[in-house]
Design a protein around this ligand. Structure first.
Ligand code: BYC
Length: 336
């Protein structure tokens, strides 16, 4: 079982940036020197506009993923099989909301308001992780999400704790601690099912069969097709490439599936002693892009649920603003 202490090599970064070299001005040279020396860039520091935009894109997508990510598991709160499982699941889903809030706050330091980000999500302009557009058909899916999706999230997010942008890096430290607990609770559900009756074990296998390939795709396109990796590696936003993270995930997860007594649904999965890694079969990238571009099994449902929740919560935001205005007016009156 891995935790946040997982080893990540700082210099095994994504492919080098393609395209012509540009001449840096003195401000950019200072900025790049700070990044190269493993310093942190803070909101008031000078930064290239493209760095700000890249971070805003990634952090807001990440925040949206956390908030949308509450929905597939949230569906199971009322149907959890015991009081203990229900309490744990409620806490986990609340954690995801918290992650979204840390991340929206980090993104706001780059100059975009929460309302602008919400509008981008609700009108379908903003992306969120492909993985949350698949349905949760049985209780085992809640286990599979914790074990595999949160497991993949930790793999991707540990290197982000050392991202060059201070607010994002600091937010990720707390997020990773919580994700580690999420991964363990998912594995624990899978373990209980696998130690249970034949039909419970079959339910766990069915969930693994359905989640395995979407989880591998969740790490993003192959390095050769990853448009942002080169520049993000140079800026030390991205420390480990999509393919390297995917490989680490496969290597760590195969023994866990063996411990559960489950079969990973890949006929090409095989230990390669020469590479010291597992080889695995081809990912269906057409399916991935279909889902990313809005045509997955649950895209429309997820977005509609989010928009409805936002609209239903309008009175809470209105009440909070009215209360803040009332407090401000009272303070003015007292000061006068
Ligand atoms: N889904 O050049 P690339 C969670 C897009 S939350 C959708 O490799 P980059 C959890 C990518 O955005 C998990 N789109 O991009 C929550 C780009 O499109 P744009 C979320 C994807 O940014 C609740 C294009 O493909 N984690 O774990 O260098 C419960 C080209 O890709 C996906 C994060 O957000 C995808 N899977 O690398 C449980 C982590 N993959 O923007 C769990 C932070 C790629 O040009 N984000 N695309 O239109 C990252 O680390 C990076 O943004 C990515 C992509 C590795 C995801």
């Amino acid at each position: 079982m891995y935790t946040q202490s997982m080893d990540t090599q700082p210099d095994r970064s994504a492919p080098a940036e393609k395209g012509p070299a540009t001449v840096m001005g003195p401000e950019e040279q200072r900025f790049q020197a700070t990044v190269d020396a493993e310093g942190k860039i803070e909101p008031r520091d000078w930064m290239p506009e493209a760095y700000r935009k890249t971070l805003l894109r990634q952090i807001s997508q990440h925040a949206h993923s956390e908030i949308i990510g509450m929905l597939p598991e949230g569906n199971w709160i009322s149907r959890a099989p015991s009081l203990k499982r229900k309490a744990i699941l409620i806490a986990k889903v609340q954690d995801e909301a918290g992650h979204g809030l840390y991340l929206y706050s980090a993104a706001e330091t780059l100059g975009q308001s929460r309302d602008q980000m919400m509008a981008a999500l609700h009108t379908g302009r903003a992306k969120y992780s492909s993985i949350f557009n698949y349905p949760t058909l049985t209780w085992a899916d809640v286990g599979a999400i914790g074990w595999l999706v949160d497991g993949a999230a930790i793999m991707n997010q540990i290197p982000l704790c050392r991202c060059s942008y201070g607010p994002y890096a600091r937010a990720m430290i707390r997020v990773c601690k919580e994700e580690s607990f999420h991964q363990r609770q998912g594995f624990d559900i899978m373990l209980s099912l696998c130690k249970g009756t034949a039909s419970q074990k079959a339910m766990a296998q069915d969930a693994l069969d359905r989640w395995w390939w979407p989880v591998l795709a969740m790490f993003g396109p192959p390095d050769a097709d990853s448009v942002h990796s080169g520049q993000s590696a140079k800026w030390k936003i991205k420390r480990v490439s999509n393919d390297e993270l995917r490989q680490k995930f496969v290597d760590v997860t195969v023994p866990q599936a063996e411990l559960l007594g489950l079969r990973i649904p890949d006929d090409h999965l095989e230990w390669n002693a020469e590479r010291n890694h597992y080889d695995y079969g081809a990912i269906d990238w057409d399916d991935f892009w279909r889902v990313v571009n809005g045509d997955g099994p649950c895209n429309k449902e997820r977005l509609a649920t989010r928009v409805k929740a936002y609209e239903n919560g309008q009175w809470v935001r209105d009440a909070a603003v009215a209360y803040a205005n009332k407090q401000k007016a009272r303070q003015h009156k007292e000061a006068a």
